[in-house]
Design a protein. Structure first.
Ligand SMILES: [Zn+2]
Ligand SMILES: [Zn+2]
Ligand SMILES: [Zn+2]
Length: 319
């Protein structure tokens, strides 16, 4: 019978309690050891694997984890769900090599201007995508320092990808992986659910009141589109600002339109999807109350979706 543990408390921890419970190297080692095991690990095997000479110290730290991050069963110790999430977070950021990718040409065409090849790089957990010929969608001037966008590049757009996503993949595969990962995240966000923690999002539309982008980007907001979709998590640090079409992807008629044009909204193909879905017209009828129509065109057909203040689509015209 392992010592300690009987009085372990279960239940919800405050963030302070969780951080303080994890602030010890030996405890993280225990979690890692349990993550690598196929099933529950007996107390004596766990202690042997971790090679701690001081059994009192080992007991103490295991006891601290038990009841929340670690569960004790009749067959031994195993990770609880919160412990699994800690390990997932650690492993998503863990890579053996340098996680940066220097600017690299990839054989894709820019979905805005058709130039091929375009360039990608990977820094600070972001895939940056750059077009040598046009101004892209999101400006970089405002956060050039914060995101280390190279001086000589105009950013088409960027996508979040944990470092684990680059392991064993070529730059072109990293680009595709980031596209699909981002698509899955934004579909979840557009449903009002935080893709990182599942809590409620606060969603809004941000409108540039002096928007004038011509064929490039607007001097006022530095973006190509004047209506942006924003989602902030009520629980964690997730914070999204993207083109508004991402919010519309939950609309059934728009999905049907994409599918009718040979595009899979849940598993986007390369350029063709972006050429239709991230290359659209927007008409702001009114800012307060909000009324905006977005028009997507594929082949000779178009679909117009109008949203109101609720951010819901209130009218769809196809033809
Ligand atoms: Zn371009
Ligand atoms: Zn603007
Ligand atoms: Zn969250």
């Amino acid at each position: 019978m392992p010592p300690g543990s009987d009085g372990a408390e279960t239940g919800v921890l405050s963030p302070d309690e969780a951080f303080s419970l994890l602030g010890n190297e030996l405890r993280i080692t225990i979690l890692q050891e349990l993550a690598e095991a196929d099933g529950p690990v007996r107390f004596s095997d766990l202690r042997k694997a971790i090679e701690v000479a001081d059994s009192g110290k080992f007991n103490y730290h295991l006891d601290q984890l038990t009841g929340h991050f670690v569960e004790r069963t009749d067959d031994g110790y195993q990770l609880g769900r919160p412990g699994e999430r800690i390990i997932q977070a650690v492993l998503s950021g863990a890579v053996t090599e340098s996680p940066d990718i220097e600017p690299t040409s990839i054989e894709w065409r820019c979905h805005l201007c058709g130039t091929e090849p375009i360039e990608m790089d990977y820094r600070e957990e972001q895939v940056g995508v750059y077009c040598p010929s046009c101004e892209g969608i999101y400006g970089g001037a405002a956060d050039r320092d914060a995101t280390t966008i190279p001086e000589d590049r105009e950013r088409l757009y960027y996508m979040h990808l944990p470092p684990a996503g680059i392991a064993g993949r070529t730059p072109a595969e990293v680009f595709l992986t980031a596209s699909r990962w981002t698509n899955a995240e934004t579909v979840t966000a557009a449903s009002g659910i935080c893709p990182r923690c599942s809590a409620q999002l606060v969603e809004s539309a941000a409108i540039c009141r002096n928007h004038d982008a011509g064929d490039g980007r607007c001097d006022t907001c530095d973006n190509r589109y004047g209506v942006m979709y924003r989602a902030r998590c009520t629980n964690c640090v997730y914070d999204l600002e993207s083109v508004y079409s991402n919010k519309l992807l939950t609309n059934l008629e728009l999905r049907a339109f994409l599918i009718d044009h040979g595009l899979n909204p849940l598993h986007p193909q390369r350029e063709a999807f972006l050429e239709l879905f991230h290359h659209y017209d927007e008409e702001v009828h009114s800012v307060e109350p909000l009324a905006v129509t977005f028009t997507f065109t594929g082949d000779d057909e178009s679909i117009r979706l109008t949203i109101d203040d609720s951010l819901d689509v209130v009218d769809v015209e196809r033809g």
